[in-house]
Design a protein around this ligand. Structure first.
Ligand SMILES: [Zn+2]
Length: 230
């Protein structure tokens, strides 16, 4: 197996990565490519159950995320543990992302598209913006965050960024054979999606079919892909 990380997935909350990219992740790990998850917030506001404390919810969601990552064969899951709904486009968050990018040196980074129009969870918008800035130029330039050099983290050039939830997808990944594993991973997020009822499965299948329109495969996840100049 190649020890390098092929894909780093930067997810605002536990579960977003499953909705956005899990079918692709399952296919990549089947191809023996390494995938790493970075979960930015602890998801501690994502419930309508008033008996759950934020601390307890964060604990549950971390466990659910680890279970989902295991189903998909993700090599490692890093939790940045920012409070839910409190991400900011700031120095600290950006440096945390630059740190993991320089440490794992992924070929590609997948995250949420920050430019999706109208109503879009602010954590998703901010994660997309900060992840893009962290990839380029911050992870690339040795004079950005010089303290990371002191930690032994050399600059790294990511080759591709894949944005999910995009209004302008230009890149489709075949998930025909891994759609069921995506569902299995989603089912790990019981506190968010319950048992994934049949209506939800149908809706997701509909989206996946729509994403694959015009392609030779039946089901897809769609992204806006940006290739970096060498
Ligand atoms: Zn989310």
């Amino acid at each position: 197996m190649d020890d390098g990380v092929y894909l780093m997935v930067i997810s605002p909350h536990p579960d977003d990565c499953e909705f956005g990219v899990a079918g692709t992740v399952a296919r990549l790990t089947r191809e023996v490519k390494n995938v790493v998850y970075v979960i930015c917030t602890n998801g501690n506001k994502g419930t309508s159950d008033r008996s759950l404390t934020p601390e307890k919810l964060a604990e549950i969601r971390e466990r659910e995320q680890l279970d989902a990552a295991k189903v998909l064969g993700v090599k490692e899951t890093i939790f940045l543990k920012y409070p839910d709904q409190e991400l900011e486009d700031c120095h600290h968050f950006r440096r945390d992302l630059v740190r993991v990018i320089r440490k794992y040196k992924p070929f590609a980074v997948a995250t949420t598209d920050p430019y999706r129009k109208y109503m879009w969870h602010r954590d998703h918008r901010i994660t997309g913006i900060v992840a893009a800035d962290a990839v380029f130029p911050c992870a690339r330039d040795h004079l950005a965050y010089p303290e990371l050099l002191e930690e032994g983290l050399e600059p790294h050039k990511v080759r591709e960024m894949w944005f999910w939830g995009s209004d302008e997808p230009n890149f489709r990944q075949d998930i025909t054979d891994t759609f069921d594993i995506k569902l299995q991973a989603l089912r790990c997020h019981k506190s968010q999606v319950g048992d994934v009822p049949p209506e939800m499965v149908n809706r997701m299948k509909g989206f996946a079919k729509m994403n694959a329109r015009g392609e030779k495969f039946e089901l897809a996840e769609a992204f806006h892909c940006v290739e970096m100049r060498r």
